[in-house]
Design a binder for this molecule. Structure first.
Ligand code: UDP
Length: 527
């Protein structure tokens, strides 16, 4: 055994789902665990996803405990286009195939855990698996270790997502509104918050077959980790724990640490080193150009627009959004991709926007269009950014709220609409502009909402105030120090680590005690 292994507290195997929005927080969690104590972490995924992770990892101290392990995968064996291992750029009708293909990772993962056990003379301390990879629970149990599910989303959105998939509650009513098991009766959900594939799901379709099985398996894990903060969504955590009857550790936000420092936003003369130096993607604009644009506008005045790592909007929505933006007269920075129906990686055509739009907004310095990918963290942490028109992916939400930037919601898929609902109803940091890519949006409505959100007084001012309060809670949560000073996420991470390390005094694994006591508490309560 080499020196690093002999000093290691033990081995943790991590299994992310194959999507950009899952790989990023998994890597961040791996780093967080290694910072906590000298663990050996093996992050296992398919070859192309591994290549992406490798490009984002630095060989410095932060990442030295992380080993990347390649799981063999051949996309064409699963009816996927060649060299496709990630949801990114995958046509919608193929995404379900990618989900199903992830079950094929089970065999190689079982071999990996057996090999670690043989080599180290004991099984890994635990497996941390993506909620979508529920098959790992059985493997962990069989091989004598524990399985912890990691949800890369928030507590409220995750609960809505898993409960709606498992129960399909909208199928038991003709009404547009319905309640969701696990949520109070008065907390109504709306059909328009469901993506087409879940609206039409009936247990026998390929989507249900994947999600119902994997979510139920993950719900039999020994505990869950959640990339969120206890104080920012207390209702979500309370409901999620009651629903799962498991320990749920709120260990977020897993965003790069400079975003959580108390320093003021990037100043006009700040260095040209991106906070996203390891994003693994080429920016469609130089950082200097972004900063020049933002520096030329006043505090909290610019609307940042991005729909995440892989979405775009329909051609008519793009046109109306552009018209609305221009008529609002508010400055904006828009990460733009070809609209739906066109090659999302192809050349951007001017006819997708109103005639002369880009020229006009560039000359008047009102707008900056960034092709495909922007330095999001740098933009959000710049003092000129006043609001974020977002698809409400959880990473984007964490990044935005960590900077006190309120959100204009345009959820599209997954749990995004539930995130938007929570941010509107519980947090008060969001106003919803639109849902999905099928409905029509009017430029007038775009203009109205942008003006409302960017105004200093009234609703805009209130949202900004709430977003600043959430930012404060997020920063408090990650505060290190003595036991009294530690923030809630730091304490939750301590507790998670203590739990997986086990309690040597009585020889039992405390996770079982925690689980039993939670279960009996709920049984007693409901009895
Ligand atoms: N992102 C970025 N630049 C872009 C678009 C996205 O850096 O132009 C990053 C963003 O900072 C976030 C991630 O991509 O970390 C998107 O994750 P999210 O959960 O918001 O959405 P998803 O892509 O999973 O739908």
């Amino acid at each position: 055994m080499d020196d690093s292994k002999s000093q290691s507290h033990g081995h943790i195997v991590m299994l992310p789902f194959m999507a950009h929005g899952h790989l990023i927080p998994f890597l961040a969690l791996a780093r967080r665990i290694c910072r906590q104590a000298p663990f050996s972490v093996t992050l296992a995924t398919t070859p192309l996803n591994l290549r992406y992770l490798r490009s984002t990892i630095s060989p410095d101290d932060d990442d030295s405990g992380i080993r990347l392990y390649e799981i063999p995968f051949c996309s064409s064996d699963h009816g996927l286009p060649p060299d496709t291992e990630n949801t990114e750029n995958l046509p919608f009708n193929k995404i379900v195939k990618l989900f199903h293909s992830s079950v094929s990772l089970a065999g190689p993962v079982e071999c990996l855990i057996s090999d670690i056990t043989t080599e180290e003379g004991r099984p890994p301390l635990c497996v941390i698996s993506d909620v979508f990879l529920g098959w790992s629970v059985d493997i962990a149990k069989r091989l004598g270790t524990k399985n912890i599910a990691f949800t890369t989303g928030g507590a409220y959105g995750t609960l809505a997502y898993i409960s709606i998939w498992v129960h399909l509650p909208h199928r038991s009513t003709d009404s547009e509104e319905f309640s969701v098991p696990g949520f109070p009766e008065q907390c109504r959900f709306h059909r328009s918050q469901l993506h087409r594939y879940i609206r039409e799901a009936d247990v026998t379709d390929e989507w249900s077959k994947f999600f119902q099985v994997q979510i139920k398996l993950s719900s039999a894990s020994d505990g869950w980790l959640c990339n969120s903060v206890e104080e920012i969504e207390p209702l979500g955590f309370d409901l999620l724990r009651k629903y799962l009857k498991l320990p749920v550790w709120a260990i977020g936000p897993l965003v790069p640490s400079p975003l959580l420092q108390k320093s003021s936003p990037i100043s006009p003369n700040s260095s040209l080193k991106s906070l996203q130096k390891h994003s693994g993607k080429a920016f469609g604009v130089s950082l200097a150009k972004c900063q020049d644009f933002l520096n030329s506008h006043g505090p909290n005045s610019v609307l940042y627009i991005s729909f995440g790592s892989q979405n775009t909007i329909s051609p008519s929505q793009m046109m109306q959004l552009a018209i609305g933006l221009e008529s609002s007269g508010k400055p904006f920075l828009w990460v733009i991709r070809p609209p739906l129906g066109f090659d999302i990686k192809g050349e951007f055509r001017p006819e997708w926007l109103p005639p002369g739009f880009e020229d006009r907004v560039t000359k008047s310095k009102k707008g900056l269009l960034v092709r495909n990918w922007a330095p999001q963290l740098d933009i959000l942490s710049h003092g000129s950014t006043g609001a974020f028109l977002s698809h409400c992916g959880w990473n984007s939400i964490m990044e935005s709220l960590s900077q006190g930037v309120p959100i204009v919601g345009w959820p599209m898929a997954a749990e995004q609409a539930y995130n938007a609902k929570m941010m509107v109803e519980e947090m008060g940091v969001c106003v919803e502009l639109m849902r999905g890519v099928e409905s029509r949006i009017e430029a007038e409505e775009v203009k109205r909402v942008i003006e409302l959100v960017l105004e200093e007084e009234g609703k805009g001012g209130e949202m900004k105030e709430r977003a600043n309060a959430v930012m404060g809670q997020m920063r408090e949560a990650v505060k290190e120090g003595s036991d009294d000073e530690k923030g809630s996420s730091v304490k939750a991470m301590d507790e998670f680590v203590r739990t997986v390390l086990g309690d040597s005094t009585n020889g039992t694994f405390p996770i079982e005690q925690i689980r039993n006591s939670i279960q009996s508490a709920y049984v007693n309560r409901s009895g």
